[in-house]
Design a protein around this ligand. Structure first.
Ligand SMILES: [Zn+2]
Length: 169
């Protein structure tokens, strides 16, 4: 069964993702703020040209960091779409996505997983950076290898879990 509303919402999300990717939303430094700054939402600090998790020194300029802006505006840099024979593996998938997300965000403050959305028989995992998306897809492929089919596009990667009879070993 197809729901028109769901499809157009999904198309909008992808259009936004493409727009965001083209305009480099996730990697932009805070506009017009070359000075050290601290994000008022996640408390990441921007110093010497990069974002860090260091404790902020006092009196930094409060800004909204690019990752928090992506999250606030719902503008993903990349969307991973999970589909197919996913349900039996979903708990494991969710665990892997969570582990990769935590490790990546720790190392690269601007790389985040945004709100995961279930839309019908698909799960959308939007990210604030393409690096995060690549790491998640790589982790899924390491685990399922021939059990998934991948489709790469500009600002989205589709990962489809194959039915057991489709899997060639
Ligand atoms: Zn932030």
């Amino acid at each position: 069964m197809r729901h028109q509303g769901t499809d157009s919402k999904r198309a909008t999300a992808f259009a936004r993702a493409r727009h965001a990717a083209r305009n480099g939303v996730a990697s932009d430094p805070p506009a017009g703020k070359p000075h050290p700054a601290v994000c008022m939402r996640c408390h990441a600090t921007h110093r010497q040209g990069r974002w860090r998790w260091d404790p902020p020194p006092p009196a930094l300029v409060p800004v909204l960091c690019p990752a928090c802006r992506c999250i606030r505006d719902g503008l993903a840099a990349h969307v991973i779409e999970l589909s197919g024979a996913l349900p039996p593996s979903w708990n494991e998938v969710r665990g892997i996505v969570g582990n990769v997300a935590r490790a990546e965000t720790q190392q690269h403050p601007m790389e985040r997983v945004m709100q995961i959305e279930v839309q019908g028989d698909k799960v959308l995992v939007p990210t604030t950076g393409t690096h995060m998306a690549r790491r998640i897809v790589a982790a899924l492929v390491r685990r399922w290898r021939h059990g998934v089919r991948l489709v790469f596009a500009d600002a989205e990667t589709r990962v489809e879990w194959l039915e057991p009879r489709e899997v060639r070993r």
